[in-house]
Design a protein around this ligand. Structure first.
Ligand code: SAH
Ligand code: SF4
Length: 350
């Protein structure tokens, strides 16, 4: 039974070495296997030509390469965005998106099946929480696309933890995956190329700051007053904006790194000049950048994205506070590339 096999992407290097020693293998085999996993992205044990046939046979029996069982694959009309919905062995679904911008190959990956945070505008929040992903399940999403890109002589250049789930609510598995993907003797992606996006779990942000992590942090702010943020993001009632901003300042102080604030612009809701001014007051003088993203409409939330004019007005107001911002395109909208939207379609269809 495939479910009983150990996904080798669950293991750290030391654990992999122990696994091989337990199979009676010499220690140096670990490096060979690690390279098949993280540099050559082998799709089968049979490909692992420098391993003895008897070992390949044993691995076949006991281990797996975590290959994803794809339920849906979609390519956007402009061919720049590819989204997959994978079914995990226990029936859970996760989404991963590959975006091609110029030379960048950016992956948007999931950290949980569903999400417990319940942000009202978010398709994942609307479906509720199912479970945390393991480190191996997080890594396997990356390896899937790395394998596909390698066939074209390309590689993954950036990763954002902006798929399904709240990465800091699954702290240890998410950061274990990040550590493995940045391992210089393996996948070797620069820590600065992996962005962790959080809804604002204050104790976890402080822990992340204390660990002096080099992976950039994005905060999903979306409103600059508690009255407004409470309506959009339930967890704001637990950690209101003042506590969140204190944690952000603490992070900047500890790491010297810039923070990105995410802001989904919702027509008539958080796109007013009053909110723009409140945001300007809140982050003025901080080492930060604001990403403005017109809302991606979802079935469970009836509001609309802000018009181009309102987006421009909001940005102009913000610039009066000398806060830098970028308006992000909504890529892949024709393939439901917003987080959680593809699972919605698959589940509601069946
Ligand atoms: N849970 C994390 C990361 C996953 S969500 C977080 O909330 O940050 C990734 C980003 O997509 C977040 O900034 C989130 O607020 C945003 N998002 C979710 N639903 C959206 C929608 N319908 N339109 C625009 N942005 C959305
Ligand atoms: Fe969860 Fe992020 Fe969606 Fe909020 S926006 S429900 S934290 S995935």
């Amino acid at each position: 039974m495939i479910n009983d096999r150990l996904n080798l992407y669950e293991l750290t290097f030391d654990e992999l070495r122990q696994f091989l020693v337990d199979l009676g293998q010499p220690k140096f085999r670990a490096k060979q296997l690690w390279e098949w996993l993280y540099i050559k992205f082998a799709g089968s044990f049979q490909e692992m030509s420098d391993l003895p046939a008897s070992l390949r046979e044993q691995l076949e029996q006991r281990a797996s390469l975590g290959l994803l069982d794809l339920e849906i694959t979609q390519l956007s009309n402009d061919n720049h965005t590819k989204k997959i919905l994978a079914k995990l062995p226990d029936g859970q679904f996760i989404e991963t998106v590959l975006m091609l911008y110029d030379k960048r190959r950016t992956l948007c990956i999931s950290s949980q099946a569903g999400c417990a945070m319940g942000c009202v505008f978010c398709a994942t929040g609307q479906m509720g929480f199912f479970r945390n992903l393991t480190a191996g399940e997080i890594i396997t999403q990356v390896i899937h696309f790395a394998r596909e890109l390698a066939a074209k002589g390309e590689r993954v250049t950036n990763i954002v933890l902006m798929g399904m789930g709240e990465p800091l609510h699954n702290y240890s598995h998410t950061l274990a995956a990040v550590d493995r993907l940045t391992d210089p003797s393996g996948f070797n992606l620069g820590a600065r190329k992996i962005t962790i996006s959080t809804v604002g779990l204050v104790p976890a942000i402080r822990r992340y700051a204390d660990e002096q992590r080099q992976t950039p942090l994005a905060i999903s702010l979306h409103a600059a007053t508690d009255f407004e943020r409470d309506k959009l993001i339930p967890v704001n009632r637990k950690w209101p904006i003042s506590e969140l901003m204190e944690a952000c300042r603490y992070y900047i102080e500890k790491t010297g790194r810039r923070i990105t604030f995410e802001w989904a612009l919702i027509d008539g809701e958080n796109d007013t000049l009053i909110q723009a001014r409140a945001l300007g007051e809140l982050v003025r003088g901080m080492i930060c950048h604001v990403n403005l993203i017109p809302l991606n409409p979802t079935n469970g939330y009836l509001k609309s994205p802000s018009s181009k004019q309102r987006v421009e007005d909001f940005q102009a107001e913000l610039s009066k506070y000398r806060v830098s911002s970028t308006v992000r395109l909504r890529r892949g909208i024709d393939i439901q590339a917003g987080c959680g939207q593809l699972r919605d379609r698959a589940v509601n269809r069946s």
